[in-house]
Design a protein around this ligand. Structure first.
Ligand SMILES: CC(C)(COP(=O)(O)OP(=O)(O)OC[C@H]1O[C@@H](n2cnc3c(N)ncnc32)[C@H](O)[C@@H]1OP(=O)(O)O)[C@@H](O)C(=O)NCCC(=O)NCCS
Length: 202
């Protein structure tokens, strides 16, 4: 396991430097579907975890889209422990997106964790990633989560923008977090107002 060295960063400086880079040239609004002549937005169905075959259907997608692939045992750990925190997006019978999360006690709080989020390259910029994340957040709110955290590569602009738009803040930089040596950012979404104790005024 790579040593994970945490270093605090100036959240605003980091945001500014990433946002000032040139725009990502990745396809806007679903280029591949357009090429096929399907101009309309495809009908995407969302579901939670029901059976192992769903897992096998998305394993390839996650392995392809995430820089750090996981073993089937890791997927099973998450999905069978927190099946209600795993959501799939389907176009017809094709699985085109997935989010995998957990929710457990952490330092006196209830902390949600987004372990994996991936959308098929041909189905990007259709708000599938946003919808999957919103479903996970809503379910964690029902589960009384205090906060949700995740890590993503420092240079992963699509993911950073998506999470920014949902209210996540950039909490810290994790040096050489990934096995490929890349740095990560830890993002956090606060779900509850802090409780301040009133001081006695005598
Ligand atoms: C990150 C990812 C899940 C986004 O999925 P998606 O369904 O395309 O995202 P959405 O359509 O919901 O996009 C929401 C917002 O994120 C931002 N965004 C998404 N893709 C972007 C891109 N390529 N460039 C710039 N901003 C992007 C935009 O602000 C977008 O809103 P807009 O389309 O109204 O401008 C997808 O790109 C992916 O699977 N990437 C590879 C795996 C990965 O990085 N996972 C996250 C690891 S934590």
């Amino acid at each position: 396991m790579t040593e994970r060295i945490e270093a605090k960063i100036s959240v605003e400086d980091e945001k500014a430097s990433i946002d000032s880079e040139s725009e990502i040239i990745e396809s806007s609004k679903n280029d591949e579907l357009m090429k096929e002549g399907t101009q309309s937005i495809p009908q995407i169905d969302y579901s939670d975890f029901r059976e192992e075959s769903q897992l096998l259907s998305v394993k390839g997608l996650i392995d392809r889209e995430l820089s750090e692939p996981y073993s089937i045992y890791t997927y099973r750990y998450f999905i069978y422990t927190w099946p209600h925190l795993c959501f799939f997006a389907r176009h017809g019978d094709k699985y085109v997106g997935v989010i995998v999360c957990k929710l457990e006690p952490h330092g006196g709080l209830k902390r949600g964790y987004i372990a994996m989020l991936a959308v098929d390259g041909a189905y990007r910029r259709l708000k599938i990633g946003t919808t999957l994340t919103e479903k996970a957040i809503d379910t964690m709110v029902l589960g009384e989560a205090d906060e949700i955290v995740l890590e993503t590569e420092l240079t992963n602009r699509p993911a950073l923008r998506l999470y920014d738009s949902l209210g996540f803040i950039r909490e810290k930089r994790l040096k050489r977090y990934y096995l490929n040596g890349a740095d990560a950012l830890r993002l956090k979404l606060f779900l509850k107002e802090p409780i301040y104790e009133e001081e006695d005024v005598d």
